[in-house]
Design a protein around this ligand. Sequence first.
Ligand code: ATP
Ligand code: MG
Length: 442
Amino acid sequence: NMNLPADVSKIINILESNGHEAYAVGGCVRDCILGKIPHDWDITTSALPETVKSLFDRTFDTGIEHGTVTVLLHGVGYEVTTYRVDGKYEDGRHPKEVTFTASLEEDLKRRDFTINAMAYNETKGLVDLFGGEADLEAGIIRAVGNPTERFTEDALRMLRALRFSAQLGFDIEANTYQAIKDLAPTLERISAERIQVEMVKLVTSDHPERMRDVYETGLTKVFFPEFDAMMECDQVNKHHMYTVGEHTIVSMGLAPADRVIRLAMLLHDIAKPVCKTTDENGQNHFKMHPVEGQKMAKTVLRRLKFDNDTTDKVCNLVKNHDDRPAINERNIRRMIIRVGQENFNDLLAVKRADCLAQSMYHRQEKLQYIDELEKMFNQIVAAGDCLKIKDLEINGKDLIQMGVPQGQRIGEVLNTIFDRVVDEPELNNREILIKMAKEIIG
Ligand code: ATP
Ligand code: MG
């Protein structure tokens, strides 16, 4: 028994009282049965888009060529989509054309998984033609119809299967899983942007360890072969009990479910496979160059078309994740400046997850170091120490008044002053800095 929000009921009632069929459909029905609050409500209807538009005051053409009209009620948008059959998929990406249909069954048949192919309204109750409710109960992701055909139509569905299995903690039904293994290389046809969306949902889910299945099905090989290298890179030494890839997977599960932090965990050891050496005793050593990891992480994030802000933040964490300066005020002030004050708490989270996913060897000492690092960070921030040129009690205008010519020289002088103040915060006093500036200018 589902409780439709009043406005969803209202949209369905208006469509029905005008002689059309209408149901809540897909993700919202799935989430309701699971007892979760849906993040949006989609409605499927026999009414044509033009009819939907004529029945409601405020609508937008969101994807009218696919039959979708957004109906706005009380400031919330509801996507109302006409029953449709997807035409032939010629490229494994987009249906060549969509055809509207009068049959709910046809509309449900085109959907990807049984748990996403249920419809509900108050007059007809649950419409579940493919055993979606039973699969929800049993925790199974199963393609609607023949999985090989469905993944041949749209290769993205393979990655969606793994994404849903990670979000819900479900297993993938055997035939569906086998079809993914068979067809994995065809993911190559799918745009990087669409792969990115599914990957982010997967790694920020409750079960990021499903990343292992993305590798085992052969999907990572298509868009993230660096991950395959990590899965296949052993690290036989006292700090580790897993391969680089397994360590990565475990570390994601131990980190907060934040997008930037989880992506940093996914990529933090990406350079290990390329800098591994093995000594005569069979011990692995990694001459890690922080810049190498940053470079490789950037290549992956660019490939998946991540925005610059995300890319910069993640690469910064990858680069600094293993930086361990001796803890004293000067060192940590410099570290905060290097990493960025706004990124420091993320770095602490990355370091903790990394440590907890290693072996027990020196774990207490490693965790204690991170605690001390955090304490020192908070202490420096609370003291209000100068951490940016902007925090200096002197600025470019002052220097110009003192006769420094406008341009590059101003920045140089400010940098020299900043460098001294970082090590001796008590120098950040206007009189002292003006005197210092005079000395520097000469
Ligand atoms: P989420 O909670 O992530 O939004 P969702 O199930 O709503 O999950 P959407 O991507 O928003 O997923 O898609 C809405 C519905 O459209 C799905 O439940 C499914 O029925 C159908 N659908 C989406 N993408 C596909 C696809 N590639 N192939 C077939 N059906 C799809
Ligand atoms: Mg949705």
